[in-house]
Design a protein around this ligand. Structure first.
Ligand code: GDP
Ligand code: MG
Length: 297
């Protein structure tokens, strides 16, 4: 149990704020069916390793997701409680009418804003339960040559409502060179199609070189190439989360194998507060302005 998630290592100031405000974080996964969304959620939050620390219902991630499923975990680390909500979606199938599957997700995000707005305008504004979605992990297929038309349509529907963090799913099916090429292609297409994904904030100039280098590496890794696994395998006497192939093991938490650690680090530790701030200051304000405008007309 020397394995820990890392939110307890948030910078001191953010840390204090988080403890005071209560630490709630909600994210949603999107993307085609079968790209490993449920598996990655499981890998990200170590649901099996953290079994005894989880409060609330945790559904079996292995069962096929047929509707929007909310998983609530309460994790405690070094005295700090994190209430984490992960919204798993069935995703869409490119071949069938995709619209039907992603609209409920868009509505879900809107509904959380609506609830927050109502609560905020109400009498008891002190203890609002904030269920707004702070981040959307968007899974892109490793088998294509970039974004599919559906990806573009869905991301455009989401980008003014939620922080989109794009991922290359199942990156173990690609070679290093293929990953690099696909990343470049995806970023180019995101730009060309004017999709606004989550922008990592600029690094403070007074940070040390190590920190700056880490920050640079993080930004360069987008879209994060991930690998998920529900199985713990043995390698060299150590138990690791990985995928076993006839030729060897792909290790989920090995930075030479994929960007999983980078993703987890940014979500749970370095960028969690920023994702929450952007949600409140940009996406929620967007919703609020539109809502007020529509009420007046
Ligand atoms: P979802 O429909 O997006 O939730 O996908 P699932 O998590 O249910 O995974 C679908 C299938 O892909 C399962 O057989 C998983 O074992 C497999 N899978 C999940 N993640 C990965 C991965 O990173 N690499 C590979 N090669 N297969 C994966
Ligand atoms: Mg699923």
């Amino acid at each position: 149990d020397d394995e820990f998630i890392g939110f307890a290592t948030l910078p001191e100031q953010v840390h204090r704020k988080a403890v005071k405000k209560g630490f709630e974080f909600t994210m949603i996964v999107m993307g085609e069916t079968g790209l490993g969304k449920s598996t990655l959620i499981n890998s990200l939050f170590l649901t099996d390793l953290y079994k005894d620390r989880i409060v609330g219902s945790v559904n079996d991630c292995l069962s096929r997701t047929v509707s929007i499923e909310k998983k609530e975990l309460e994790i405690e680390e070094r005295g700090i409680k994190l209430k984490l909500t992960v919204v798993d979606t069935p995703g869409f199938n490119d071949a069938i009418n995709a619209e039907e599957s992603w609209l409920p997700v868009v509505h879900y995000i809107d509904r959380q804003f609506e609830q927050y707005y109502k609560a905020e305008s109400g009498v008891n504004r002190k203890n609002i339960i904030d269920t707004r979605v702070h981040c959307c992990l968007y899974f892109i297929s490793p088998y294509g040559h970039g974004l599919r038309p559906t990806d573009i349509a869905v991301m455009k529907l989401l980008h003014n409502k939620v922080n989109i963090v794009p991922l290359i799913a199942k990156s173990d099916v690609l070679t290093k060179a293929e990953v690099k090429r696909l990343k470049e292609r995806i970023m180019k297409e995101i730009k060309e199609n004017q999709i606004s994904i989550y922008q990592f904030p600029d690094c403070d100039s007074d940070e040390d070189e190590d920190f700056k280098e880490q920050d640079r590496a993080l930004k360069e890794a987008v879209p994060f190439a991930v690998v998920g696994s529900n199985t713990v395998v043995e390698a060299g006497g150590k138990k690791i989360r990985g995928r076993m192939y006839p030729w060897g093991i792909v290790e989920v938490e090995n930075p030479n194998h994929c960007d999983f650690l980078k993703l987890r680090q940014m979500l749970i530790s370095t960028h969690m507060q920023d994702l929450k701030d952007i949600t409140a200051d940009v996406h929620y304000e967007n919703y609020r302005a539109q809502h007020i405008a529509s009420e007046m007309s």
